[in-house]
Ligand binder design. Structure first.
Ligand SMILES: Cc1cc2nc3c(=O)[nH]c(=O)nc-3n(C[C@H](O)[C@H](O)[C@H](O)COP(=O)(O)O)c2cc1C
Length: 490
């Protein structure tokens, strides 16, 4: 659900502007989650003081930074913005800039007919000043005049036309927010233009923390006052503490990596230390731009995969990494999109499918045999093998590093240690064993860099040597119920 925060520019016990925000919160609670922030204890702005030293101010900053949009309800004092509102904005434009690039909707109530119109104009000017740099929704002025008579005893607005107009403007603000969110979306015109140095900060980028700092996670978390430990995090369909989220993600059957739409590597689930991971990552890498975790030779290929996901050419790109008789590590790169279908980065899953394959063969009494009719296929799916190569790179060379096309002509130099594309870690050194596959195998996994030699051309047939059957696993009591939710499978 869209999350908005509201601030009334009044610290009085009774405030018509706060009542207006409360009405907006309650009236639209089915479509937006509006949280009204209290500014009563915000001290008078003092440039010598650091907002971090004031819990009220940095809680305000944190809440605004985490919201999709902001509603400012301003009274009018002496034909302009009251001190309480201006004071808050001064705090939020000095050393910390949570309103930067944020969609803002200004409303206002006053005793008289003007409904704080002059204050609203001045507030717009203040919000568009460089230190604040908010995106104020143009036009659509909501001027609640004669505020003393406007509310019913239950706090609702008496006049249906006023409520009708409020609904029209709220709808426009929701659209305005979508437009604003698109404004900062990185927009490369070709794969080659993918910015691997993360120089296009997006609205989730943590400002003023060096991305390559080995302690980026700790410093960014402090900067953003991130939830931690036992703090609850509300998810789309669930409520977990940060600790529970870690237990859950670190016990996943696969290795997960999150690189955002600014191509910054911002998370991986620490299932094991690097030496025991399929696609090794190390804690100090988190925060790095993708360029910092990849050898130059694979960059163009990495860009192709990112561009394919960003532009929607593909929603999933997959390719094998280490392959062999006992291992077939697959990398799945899935585009993440928000409710506006805006690309939000790549979700990478690394998983060894061999245990699943072996279980399936054993459970179904089958075995793998070479398929003489096998049709060579590119080990990469989801990337157009022909146009996968960006205009800026030599297609055959790109294919060679990405293995995207099935062209046999390109012999892979044996010396290339693979690097992982989301974190650039090299994953295995067994370049020598190039599988005699029909399709030229990938030696560099597009996003994870492990050296990959996929074994192709096998298919499963009835296993006629019962001797090899693994001992049947004892059937669980009732297999048709899901252990965690009890949902029946059938
Ligand atoms: C110092 C002061 C100056 C005011 N100046 C104006 C003004 O210029 N225009 C106006 O419409 N109302 C003015 N008012 C009346 C406000 O509209 C009224 O106090 C309103 O309730 C303020 O909003 P609030 O209830 O959210 O605090 C002023 C009130 C005060 C206390």
């Amino acid at each position: 659900m869209v999350k908005l925060v509201g601030i009334a520019g009044s610290i009085g016990e009774q405030s018509y502007n706060r009542m207006l925000l409360e009405f907006i919160r309650d009236h639209f609670k089915k479509t937006v989650d509006v949280e009204i922030l209290d500014i009563n204890d915000v001290p008078v702005f003092n440039e010598d003081e650091d907002h971090n030293d004031n819990p009220v101010v940095h809680e305000l900053a944190r809440k605004i930074a985490g919201a999709n949009g902001v509603i400012l309800a301003t009274p009018e004092h002496n034909h302009t913005v009251p001190a309480a509102m201006k004071n808050v904005i001064e705090w939020l434009s000095n050393n910390v800039h949570p309103l930067d690039g944020k969609a803002v909707w200004i409303v206002g109530a006053s005793y008289h007919t003007q409904g704080s119109s002059r204050a609203q104009l001045h507030l717009k000017q203040i919000l568009e000043s460089p230190g604040v740099n908010a995106y104020v929704m143009p036009g659509n002025e909501f001027l609640l005049s004669n505020a003393k008579e406007a509310f019913a005893a239950d706090g609702s607005l008496k006049d249906a036309r006023t409520v009708g107009f409020l609904e029209i403007v709220m709808k426009k603000f929701l659209t305005f927010m979508k437009v604003i969110e698109m404004l900062d979306a990185p927009d490369p015109k070709s794969a080659h233009e993918e910015d691997m140095d993360s120089k296009h900060p997006v609205n989730t980028t943590v400002p003023d923390v060096d991305m390559t700092d080995p302690e980026w996670v700790e410093k960014a978390a402090e900067k953003m006052h991130a939830a931690s430990g036992g703090d609850y995090v509300k998810l789309d369909r669930g409520l977990l503490t940060v600790d529970q989220l870690n237990y859950f993600l670190n016990s996943m059957a696969g290795e997960l990596t999150f690189a955002d739409d600014n191509n910054q590597f911002i998370y991986y689930n620490k299932t094991a230390d690097a030496a025991h991971m399929l696609a090794p990552r190390t804690p100090d890498q988190v925060g790095d731009p993708l360029s910092a975790v990849h050898p130059d030779r694979v960059i163009e290929h990495v860009k192709q995969v990112l561009y394919a996901l960003r532009t929607g050419e593909s929603d999933v790109v997959s390719m094998p990494a280490q392959t062999g008789p006992n291992q077939h590590v697959m990398h799945y790169y899935r585009a993440m999109r928000d409710e506006n279908r805006r690309y939000r980065g790549v979700n990478e899953l690394v998983i060894d499918i061999m245990p699943i394959l072996k279980y399936y063969l054993a459970a179904t009494g089958q075995k793998l045999v070479k398929d003489p009719d096998a049709v060579p296929m590119s080990p990469i799916t989801g990337l157009d093998a022909v146009t996968g190569a960006s205009a800026h790179s030599d297609p055959t060379k790109t294919d060679a590093t990405s293995g995207a096309s099935g062209s046999k002509s390109v012999e892979k130099p044996a010396e290339k240690p693979a690097t992982d594309a989301t974190s650039g870690a090299s994953e295995s050194g067994n370049e020598a064993t190039v599988a005699p596959a029909a399709a030229e195998p990938i030696d560099t996994d597009a996003l994870t860099g492990a050296s990959e030699e996929p074994a192709t051309g096998y298919s499963a047939t009835e296993d006629d040597a019962p001797a090899k059957q693994p001992a049947p696993t004892p059937e669980p009591e009732s297999t048709d119920t899901d252990a965690t939710t009890g949902a029946s499978e059938s």
